[in-house]
Design a protein around this ligand. Structure first.
Ligand SMILES: [Ca+2]
Length: 105
């Protein structure tokens, strides 16, 4: 990997997203590369306080986590985590598109 100072803002952002996943994978289960549902709940509350404001609501968080666990193995894989990132970014993309449309009117 190139020196960090050489990375673009986008590359750094991607690194942050990847590192964030591994921050919540317990060291002893690194091989399995999966996060437990309780760790994901902690991640939602700690890392997304502005974007996922409903996660304090345990029922809403449980429903989100259940939906993310696509293969129903009770754990969150990197791919399933990435679905969460996609779900968070897509409304932001829509908002930017709307603002740009309004600005061009
Ligand atoms: Ca899973």
């Amino acid at each position: 990997m190139a020196e960090e100072e050489c990375l673009t803002e986008l590359e750094l952002a991607i690194q942050v997203l990847v590192f964030n996943f591994y921050k919540y994978v317990p060291r002893r289960s690194l091989v399995r590369n999966k996060i437990s549902k309780s760790s994901l709940r902690k991640m939602l509350q700690t890392e997304f306080p502005h974007m996922l404001t409903d996660t304090g609501n345990r029922k809403a968080a449980d429903k989100l986590i259940q939906n993310l666990d696509a293969n129903h193995d009770g754990r969150i894989s990197f791919d399933e985590y990435w679905t969460l990132i996609g779900g968070i970014t897509s409304p932001i993309a829509n908002l930017i598109r709307q603002q740009e449309q309004q600005n061009s009117d």
